[in-house]
Design a protein around this ligand. Structure first.
Ligand code: SF4
Length: 354
């Protein structure tokens, strides 16, 4: 990413007209650690020097952990970067899908990154992508996190998305299997004194606890989440759309920061056919789904992948990550599982006491 693109991001997008005072800026996609730590040091310094004084980014990074060296540890500390490691559990589960181009498993490298982060006392979370093979392994996964000293866990499900045309989770009875997985994990989680923070439970409990469920969803709201490509192309809604195109919609890049002011791109995003189609999907969700106040209409990228349209409603993704999840957490609350007597730290760092 050139200095011109970085400067344009700083001056145009990280501007109070568009950005929160503390916007979350995440280095994502591909493998961020393929570049050296000093490139990021220079990039973040440049952005800092060009950003409006009242806007102060909170940095994040999602990585395989391969290549996490001393220079990276120093950079994480210096910039207080929130780091997420892609780690799919014990070696057999992780290495089943996370391999090098030569076919070697990357579990060892990911665990070395865990060790280095722990040793350096740098907080981190892991993102585990759940496949069909994980669903019967709730106990093994829980024990793995405990033993590895991993205390912050996020579960993604294997999604049908972009080039990934099929999911191992697309089988009859997946809701039952996913429900059993979550229930067992929740049971272990609630009984464990050395509690692991689990994004799914924390966010579901926080949402269920608030009276302000307005169905806000940054993936369906124009400009709420912006993605910038290496060449300055800008997309919005689901971040994954940045790299996608469809026959019906063409590219999901709405304009380029090097060619026109962001205000022009923003207006194009708001008034686009894509925004209209996403909004009608949200309206259909609102009219048909009792989970809408908790979900806000799902993820456009999954609607596109599973239905070829953005105005669809239910997807495999939402059945698992919204409907089954909320059912499991609600049932647990009703059964009086010990979910209510401790603070749950939500992803934004806010403490939610129930
Ligand atoms: S759970 Fe699914 S169907 Fe319901 S609002 Fe969300 S995306 Fe729409």
């Amino acid at each position: 990413m050139s200095e011109r693109v970085l400067s344009a991001v700083a001056e145009q997008i990280l501007h109070p007209q568009w950005a929160d005072p503390v916007p979350s800026v995440v280095w994502h996609a591909g493998e961020p650690l393929a570049l050296r730590a000093d490139w990021y040091d220079a990039a973040m310094s440049l952005i800092g020097s060009r950003t409006f004084p009242t806007v102060s980014p909170r940095w994040g990074l999602q990585t395989s952990g391969i290549g996490l060296d001393d220079a990276w540890l120093a950079l994480l500390r210096r910039w207080n970067i929130g780091i997420g490691l892609s780690l799919d559990g014990p070696a057999d589960l992780h290495d089943a899908t996370r391999r090098t181009r030569g076919g070697k498993g990357t579990f060892g490298a990911a665990m070395r990154a865990v060790g280095r982060l722990r040793e350096a006392e740098i907080p981190f979370h892991v993102i585990t992508v759940l496949t069909r093979a994980h669903l019967g392994e709730a106990d093994r996964l829980f024990d793995f996190y405990l033993e590895a000293g991993i205390r912050r866990v996020c579960f993604n499900v294997e999604e049908v998305e972009g080039a990934h045309r099929a999911s191992s989770l697309a089988f009859a009875g997946v809701e039952r299997a996913y429900r059993a997985f979550l229930e067992r994990f929740l049971e272990r989680w609630s009984a464990c004194p050395d509690r692991i923070w689990v994004r799914e439970f924390a966010e579901a409990i926080a949402l269920l606890a608030t009276d302000e469920r307005d169905g806000f969803n940054e993936q369906t709201e124009p400009l709420a989440a912006l993605s910038v490509a290496v060449d300055g192309g800008v997309s919005s809604f689901s971040p994954e759309l940045l790299g996608l195109a469809s026959d019906r919609h063409g590219s999901f890049v709405f304009g380029n920061l090097l060619e026109e002011p962001f205000a022009v791109i923003a207006e194009r995003i708001r008034s686009s056919e894509i925004a209209r189609e996403i909004a009608s999907g949200v309206a259909a969700c609102r009219a048909s789904c009792s989970y809408f106040p908790l979900c806000g209409g799902g993820a456009p990228v999954n609607k596109l992948a599973e239905h070829g349209r953005l105005d669809a409603t239910e997807t495999l993704f939402c059945r698992l990550t919204r409907k089954v999840l909320f059912d499991v957490v609600l049932d647990a609350l009703e059964r009086g599982l010990r979910l209510t007597d401790e603070a749950v730290v939500a992803s934004d760092g806010q403490e939610v006491h129930l």
